[in-house]
Ligand binder design. Structure first.
Ligand code: CP
Length: 338
């Protein structure tokens, strides 16, 4: 169906935000990546294992392949990004794809063209894989339901709903540093309520059988408990960090917070919810600290801690390219069978 969809109609379809089955072909192969929900442990493990193959030590030549040769990947980012956009771009180029980075602010969407018409236009130019970041919930799934069958949609960050490749790179980093998931206590700290990073981490860690998952935040930034079954929701950082093996700090998503009522100012926030070296002494021996970036030093994390050996933050960034190579390779192989 190639109707001209207005953005307002698109929003009415928001009800179908999470539709995990949409991601798979009738034979069960991953064609789109919209959410980590619906991917089982073996599928996630396979993506992580594949990502490991795309890693080489920093300072050495990056791993390259030609598995995306002949493919065209278009990055459509309607929200700011450094890590996700750059890593999808590098990942696609390192596998031999043609890459289009469309500046949405100077595209015809600014003249009122619907997102679907923008995609149909690029699809007609033989784009095979769209990488989409959008501030509205439901956009990647909506597009996936309307795009042609030879095209794949990858969610590069969707409102406060989902950021599946971030979830995968976080899982890979934890697996590398801690060796597995089942014996771990993971504490995710900060603005859980507005965080797509937290939601995808919860989805991925739950599927991988993490030992204990704590979500620590001020009350005003706590999640709806119904949306995070099995997680411990906490509002005291010292309790939340105690004996944790992994502490993941999150940015306060001010761009998604309607009212700042009940949200602490920077100094108060850091005093009560900032992760510091001193606070990490309450965590388990050998605990690591993570942050998805962009990072506000001195607000959610102490600057010295972010740069310390305890920090896995740059490893997360490195893993981001490898994970996106694995995802691009996987969906490209699915498209080849369509
Ligand atoms: N973590 C993350 O999504 O960062 P960017 O916004 O820079 O892509």
């Amino acid at each position: 169906m190639r109707s001209i969809m207005s953005i307002s109609k698109l929003f009415k379809e928001k009800a179908v935000v999470q539709d995990p089955e949409l991601q798979f072909t009738s034979s069960g192969r991953l064609r789109h990546l919209i959410t980590l929900r619906g991917l089982n442990k073996s599928q996630i493990t396979s993506l992580l294992d594949q990502a490991e193959q795309f890693l080489s030590p920093l300072g050495e030549a990056a791993v390259r392949s030609q598995s995306l040769r002949g493919r065209t990947v278009a990055n459509l980012f309607c929200e700011p990004s450094t890590r996700t956009r750059a890593s999808f771009d590098l990942a696609a180029r390192r596998m031999g794809a043609d890459v289009l980075n469309l500046d949405v602010n100077t595209s015809s969407r600014k003249k009122g063209e619907s997102i679907l018409d923008t995609l149909y236009t690029l699809q007609a130019m033989q784009v095979d894989i769209f990488v989409i970041r959008d501030a509205s919930a439901g956009v990647p799934a909506y597009i996936a339901r309307h795009i042609d069958s030879h095209v794949s949609i990858l969610n590069a960050g969707e409102a406060d709903v989902s950021h599946p490749t971030q979830g995968l790179l976080d899982l890979l980093t934890i697996r590398q540093r801690k060796g597995g998931f089942s014996k771990l206590t993971v504490a995710i700290v900060g603005d859980i309520a507005h965080s797509r990073v937290a939601r995808s981490a919860v989805d991925g860690l739950t599927t991988m059988g993490v030992g204990e998952l704590r979500l620590v935040s001020p009350a005003a930034l706590a999640p709806d408990p119904d949306t995070v079954p099995g997680c411990h929701i906490m509002d005291n950082l010292d309790d939340g960090i105690r004996n944790a093996d992994v502490v993941m700090a999150l940015r306060i998503q001010r761009e998604r917070i309607g009212s700042l009522d009940g949200i602490p100012g920077i100094d108060e926030y850091f005093a009560n919810f900032g992760i510091s070296g001193e606070r990490m002494t309450h965590a388990a021996a050998g605990a690591i600290v993570m942050h998805p970036g962009p990072m506000n030093r001195g607000t959610e994390i102490e600057s010295a801690l972010a740069d310390s050996p305890q920090s896995a933050i740059t490893q997360q960034v490195t893993n981001g390219v490898a994970v996106r190579m694995a995802v691009l390779d996987t969906v490209s192989k699915t498209l080849a069978l369509q």
